[in-house]
Design a protein around this ligand. Structure first.
Ligand code: SAH
Length: 462
């Protein structure tokens, strides 16, 4: 099995610094299940390719001497030939610094997006070529998947379950390698080693910055963690970030196969964000404030829509703001240019926020101390005074339905209150009255007859 990485960033031979392997030589890395060779089939100023060639000892595997333990019970299997978790382990060993994005001699280059192409072959594609595309396209790659015939001579035998994959993008080498590191075993779906808590931690570390927003994150997590239910639930809760714990436990419950996870409903937070984006669109708003924007999840949705000409995110936490900025950097220049991030607290009046068409407060008000909430109301509805304001907040009536949430507890440690539907209605009525907005409310998420939906939303208009 074979993985190659090519760059045309000049001088291309600097790839050797990123991999810490001199292009003039061949490099061997010993592994418990065989060895990995790093070789450079081409190395010029204009173009340099490094290949990782894996030489797995099949007999050693079967005898249980390598990392594979006794899992390989036949002498004849595809493990020595197909790109799999073995290739990830080999990459992790042979190209460790490059995956981590560290370079002793060329750190600026390691941090830079450079033109890169990667090929992996043969790659087992359980789920088919479409799944390969669905995994890599959302990460910004130009993807080519070529089926590999079962037998090159007997083409009438059809295609094998393997493909040759090529990815192209202008990105950081560490991002490319990290995506491959996680997604090759996901496509193979047959990890060769036992999966435990360390793998969960590894997935969280390697998935940082991309996995939480990947449309197939549930499939990725399920397959990566070998469908181990408790690990999968932990992983999804961690990826959902601060808001997700109780909710994820709820909607992760009925899953056991990876394929089934694709068809399960969207996570609640995605649903909220999609609904808010749609309402903003329906309102005809062009200039938008995202108040308490967190890591810019809503902004990243809004910017895909041309109607939203100017989007301003306001956030009090500098950590969240830095993460938002980091994510937005990856957008195309023209999209990024429509976004401004502001560091600010919503309980203070802020002239910069005046004159917008609409503002969104998605799961923000419940983070504000009840005795400070009137300051936020005055600053947003009284002073910034956008034409429309959309507010979402948890529905406390629904908490009884979260199996992991003890009675009387909030969904998140940082929530200062959670309102019942009646309390939210009363608040909306008072805001409408005090600040001159008409308003409607609606449930957000699947509605339970007795307890309503998990979240609630109000749309205020002047
Ligand atoms: N709206 C985002 C984040 C929700 S979490 C989303 O839907 O993904 C709530 C966010 O509100 C946190 O990022 C928190 O830092 C921010 N926040 C809480 N109080 C704030 C205040 N007074 N001013 C600005 N942001 C605040």
């Amino acid at each position: 099995m074979f993985l190659s990485v090519t760059t045309t960033h000049r001088p291309a031979t600097d790839l050797g610094y990123l991999l810490r392997k001199n292009p003039a030589r061949m490099h061997e890395t010993e592994l418990s299940f065989g060895r990995a060779l790093t070789v450079y089939p081409e190395a010029s100023e204009d173009r340099c390719t490094a290949a990782l060639v894996l030489d797995v000892d099949p007999i050693g595997l079967v005898r249980g001497k390598g990392d594979a333990g006794g899992l390989m019970d036949q002498y004849v299997n595809d493990r020595p030939y197909a790109a799999s978790s073995f290739l990830s382990v080999a990459m992790g060993r042979a190209w460790r610094e490059a995956i981590a994005g560290q370079s002793k001699d060329r750190q600026a280059l390691a941090d830079a997006a450079i033109p890169l192409a990667a090929s992996v072959t043969p790659l087992p594609a359980r789920g088919g070529a479409d799944l390969v595309r669905d995994l890599f396209v959302p990460l910004g790659y130009e993807v080519t998947v070529e089926p590999i015939a079962l037998d090159p001579v007997r083409t009438d035998w059809g295609d094998s379950p393997y493909v040759a994959l090529t990815l192209k993008a202008t990105t950081r080498l560490s991002a490319l390698l990290t995506h491959l590191y996680v997604l090759i075993p996901v496509l193979d779906d047959r990890k060769h080693y036992f999966v435990g808590d360390d793998e969960l931690q590894k997935l969280m570390a390697k998935g940082d910055g991309w996995l939480e927003d990947h449309p197939l994150k549930e499939l990725i997590v399920n397959r990566y963690l070998k469908h181990r239910r408790s690990l999968v639930q932990d992983a999804l809760a961690q990826l959902a970030g601060d808001e997700g714990e109780a909710e994820t436990a709820l909607d992760a419950a009925p899953k056991d196969t990876a394929e089934a996870t694709i068809e399960t409903p969207l996570r609640l937070h995605d649903l909220r964000l999609d609904t808010v984006a749609q309402r903003l669109k329906d309102l005809g708003a062009k200039r938008i404030l995202d108040l308490g924007c967190g890591e810019a999840k809503l902004i990243r949705r809004l910017v895909q829509e041309k109607q939203f000409e100017e989007i301003v995110g306001v956030e009090v936490s500098s950590v969240s703001l830095a993460r938002a900025d980091e994510r937005l950097k990856r957008l195309p220049e023209l999209q990024r240019a429509r976004i401004t991030l502001l560091h600010g607290a919503l309980i203070y009046r802020d002239q910069r926020l005046r004159g917008y068409d609409a503002a969104a407060l998605v799961e923000v008000i419940e983070h504000v101390e009840p005795d400070r909430l009137d300051h936020l109301e005055r600053a947003v509805f009284g002073d910034a005074r956008p034409d429309a304001v959309i507010v979402t907040t948890p529905n406390a009536d629904y908490n009884a339905l979260f199996p992991t949430l003890p009675a009387g507890r909030f969904r998140h440690a940082d929530h200062r209150f959670e309102w019942t539907r009646a309390e939210f209605e009363a608040w909306c009525a008072r805001i409408g009255e005090d600040y001159g907005y008409r308003w409607t409310t609606e449930p957000l998420g699947p509605v339970d007859d007795a307890h309503g939906a998990p979240s609630q939303m109000a749309v205020f208009q002047r």
